[in-house]
Write a new protein. Structure first.
Length: 307
């Protein structure tokens, strides 16, 4: 008779195996019942290999734009089917995939004019917001993936980042003059001191501009004192801080120190919004001090709720 030995993983190991943060994992588990780990006698969670597989599938689908709420209850086979179905992907259609692919091919051939033509064509095909969410974000995600795999050179990465920034600037220029006459909200945006990664923030700034919401883009690397003074003077109702660097990866402040400072110095601010992987581990279960966004979908849904 053979005994089946099933491997069990601790929470730490699952974090390592999936690349999900502990915060996200707990959220998917607690709120959406994505997986149901067993507990040891002392109450420690123990996950099975099938949980790790499911979490990896969920992660890939969320990156492609699916909502965790909708896909969390699905079985492994259904998730696999969803992942392989070309047109069931909400943000990356087949056409987008092949155009994103052509950008990389043309990039290897140094055909910059052709790249500009592809971008221009995509931009004119749909509304600015759809172009941003359904083309530029998938392009960015694919670029990050290839950078992570060492498949594109640093110079190509610089050129593509620059082209993306140029496209975002074009979209903002299309939105010029659309600022609401009596705006109920005013945003100030920055990355914390020490963090020079600004692409995510620029996407958010562009989305705000397209909706006519007045926003002050302070850019990257902003000391907390300066952020607070500026927000006061600008009479900001919202501050959006995005951070890409995790603590220990650069000279960034501890996230809670930076956010706590803002919270203490701007007690009348209606919302402090945070996003980006540098803030993934930060948690505020009551939601009283800040509101956290894991992706642009959630950010856009919240913008939809702003009156
Ligand atoms: C471009 C880049 C740079 C550029 C930044 C240029 C610029 N003006 O922004 C430069 C050259 C300056 C740079 C420098 C460094 N970088 Co760098 N960089 C990157 C790179 C290639 C892309 C990051 C990026 O902007 N992505 C765009 C964002 C939008 O995508 P994302 O981070 O995947 O975010 C997703 C979500 O988190 C979310 N999101 C992110 N931001 C926001 C904002 C809002 C509002 C919302 C709603 C959602 C959201 O949406 C995205 C799509 O799903 C990554 C590698 C990679 N593969 O990601 C490394 C990376 C971020 N860099 C890294 C590091 C360590 C550095 C350096 C310390 C040196 C180095 N080893 O390269 C310095 C630090 C400089 C500093 N003090 O900040 C590490 C960070 C590790 C960590 N997690 O802490 C990475 C991951 C590379 C790596 N694997 O080592 N970098």
């Amino acid at each position: 008779m053979s005994t089946q030995v099933s491997t069990r993983f601790s929470l730490r190991e699952v974090v390592e195996l999936t690349g999900l943060s502990e915060f996200t994992l707990r959220g998917w588990e607690g709120r959406y019942r994505a997986v149901r780990p067993q507990r040891t006698e002392t109450g420690r969670r123990m996950y099975g290999a099938e949980d790790v597989t499911k979490l990896n599938l969920l992660k890939d689908l969320v990156t492609l734009g699916h909502r965790i709420k909708e896909i969390a209850p699905l079985k492994e086979a259904e998730l696999r089917e969803l992942l392989s179905a070309p047109d069931s992907n909400p943000s990356v259609t087949h056409a987008v995939q092949s155009n994103v692919e052509s950008l990389f091919i043309q990039g290897e051939r140094f055909s910059w004019d052709e790249i500009r033509r592809i971008l221009g064509r995509e931009r004119k095909k749909s509304t600015p917001e759809k172009y941003l969410t359904r083309f530029l974000i998938p392009f960015l995600v694919e670029m990050n993936r290839r950078i992570g795999q060492g498949r594109i050179s640093i110079s190509l990465e610089h050129i593509f980042s620059s082209l993306i920034k140029e496209e975002l600037a074009t979209l903002r220029s299309l939105a010029r003059g659309s600022t609401r006459s009596r705006p109920a909200h005013r945003f100030v945006l920055c990355t914390p001191e020490g963090d020079h990664h600004e692409l995510g923030l620029l996407f958010a700034f562009t989305l705000l501009s397209l909706r006519g919401i007045p926003s002050l883009y302070l850019g990257p690397h902003v000391p907390k004192q300066e952020l607070c003074e500026t927000a006061l003077r600008y009479q900001a109702t919202h501050i959006l801080v995005s951070s890409t660097l995790k603590q220990g990866e650069g000279p960034v402040d501890a996230p809670l120190k930076y956010l706590g400072f803002i919270h203490r110095h701007l007690p009348r601010l209606s919302s402090l919004w945070i996003a980006g992987r540098g803030f993934q581990e930060v948690s505020d279960p009551s939601g009283a001090r800040f509101q956290q966004f894991q992706n642009f979908e959630a950010f856009i849904s919240e913008l939809d709720r702003l009156k």
